[in-house]
Design a protein around this ligand. Structure first.
Ligand code: NI
Length: 175
């Protein structure tokens, strides 16, 4: 079990397109377990490999209250199942304290592989649909504020920068 440091926006590792996973070995299983530990510790409902500095196509998600329904998606591919969109307030462990409304398709089909390389499919709606789309964006070098208008995005990132400055100032005071 390991809790890994989470890469913070606007680190360039969050804007790369990640590589497909080709080897389904013990290292991959360990990485998935560490990503899950990191997500639960944060706490968050999803985490993508680039958020812990690995440029590979793998995400972990658990939207359950009890935190006992971990799902690992390797090489996920999404297809919208409806033209209907829903708007949900999203946050991200790489942009702590920032919450903004993002519009996305309300139902998607996920085709992915499990940690043994076995293909599976899952239809996602509601929070799961939001979450998986948010995480797959990370694999394509995108964060949720990239969905906002330029004005809203610059407001959100300015707020994040201000928060960081305050945190640094408080840390200095305590040192
Ligand atoms: Ni995120």
């Amino acid at each position: 079990m390991a809790i890994l440091p989470i890469v913070q926006y606007p680190d360039s590792r969050l804007s790369r397109v990640c590589e497909p996973v080709t080897e389904f070995n013990e290292d991959l299983k360990t990485l998935a377990a560490d990503m899950a530990d990191t997500m639960y510790d944060a706490p968050g409902v999803g985490l993508a490999a680039p958020q812990i500095g690995r440029c590979i196509r793998m995400v972990v998600v658990d939207i359950s209250e009890e935190k006992n329904q971990l799902k690992v998606f390797v090489n996920p591919v999404l297809t919208p199942l409806t033209e209907e969109a829903t708007t949900c307030e999203e946050g991200c462990l790489s942009l702590p304290g920032i919450y903004e409304k993002v519009e996305r398709p309300s139902r998607v089909l996920v085709k992915a592989q499990d940690l043994d390389g076995q293909p599976f499919e899952m239809e996602c709606d509601e929070l799961m649909a939001v979450c998986i789309q948010h995480e797959v964006d990370h694999l394509n070098g995108k964060v949720f504020v990239d969905h906002l208008s330029q004005l809203k995005k610059s407001r959100a990132t300015a707020k994040l920068a201000k928060r960081r400055k305050e945190e640094a100032r408080n840390a200095k005071k305590q040192a």
